[in-house]
Design a protein. Structure first.
Length: 206
DNA sequence: TCGAAGATGATG
DNA sequence: ATCATCTTCGAG
């Protein structure tokens, strides 16, 4: 396999909004014995600090949230609704709980059980992403700067600011005023004219 | 094509 | 009881 060159901790150890925007266009890499996958990151959300009522760490340091207080560049993976996993990357300095949720990707390269698939597939939704990439809580607390199993790398493509859409975050209406913060960032697909219905996304069965 | 409902278990 | 979700099903 190709040599991993993961983004270093200095990338994640910054203001979460910057990290979130800078993750757009970077490549999410999943490397396991069953699966190698490279996917361009197209949709992210920022969760920032104890003040942010939408952030899991708003209730303070608990067994579940302690990972967000730890070193940046570490994966935070949790189970939601009893059946789906969500992938986040921890950001900011030690003891400041924050992370970026990966919400959309564009798969450019997949090898599953030795079978190579190379047509581009868009996957919308954090639960679908984790299912497609075989990500579950065994990867929680993984240090992604090591470049093993799961990491993000820069493949040299830049993203013009004009292609970044800024939106409120999804599914957090309980969070009051925090629900209105424009902390979701999407890459619009410039060459596609018309609307892509997210419900049409299909992920192959495993 | 749409909205509503149900699945399912960790969490605090 | 709630939830940073997704799929199925039935109405139109």
């Amino acid at each position: 396999m190709m040599k991993a060159k993961p983004l270093p901790r200095t990338f994640y150890d910054r203001a979460t909004l910057k990290v979130a925007k800078d993750l757009l266009g970077k490549y999410l890499i999943r490397d396991s014995s069953q699966l190698f996958c490279a996917a361009r990151i197209t949709d992210v959300e920022a969760y920032i600090g104890q003040e942010d009522r939408a952030c899991h760490a708003s209730k303070g340091r608990t067994p579940r949230t302690e990972v967000m207080f730890g070193p940046s560049g570490v994966a935070y993976v949790y189970l939601i609704y009893g059946m789906y996993h969500c992938l986040n990357f921890v950001t900011e300095r030690l003891d400041y709980p924050a992370a970026v949720l990966i919400r959309g990707i564009e798969v450019t390269q997949v090898t599953r059980n030795g079978v190579v698939l190379s047509h581009t597939t868009r996957i919308d939704g954090p639960g679908r992403i984790c299912r497609f990439l075989s990500i579950d809580r065994t990867l929680n607390k993984l240090d992604t700067t090591l470049g093993q199993s799961l990491w993000v790398e820069d493949r040299g493509n830049s993203v013009p600011k004009t292609q970044i859409q800024t939106l409120p975050r999804i599914g957090i209406t309980y969070a009051g005023e925090w629900a209105e913060k424009p902390w979701r960032f999407c890459l619009s697909a410039p060459t596609l004219s018309g609307h892509v219905n997210p419900k049409r996304t299909r992920t192959p069965a495993r």
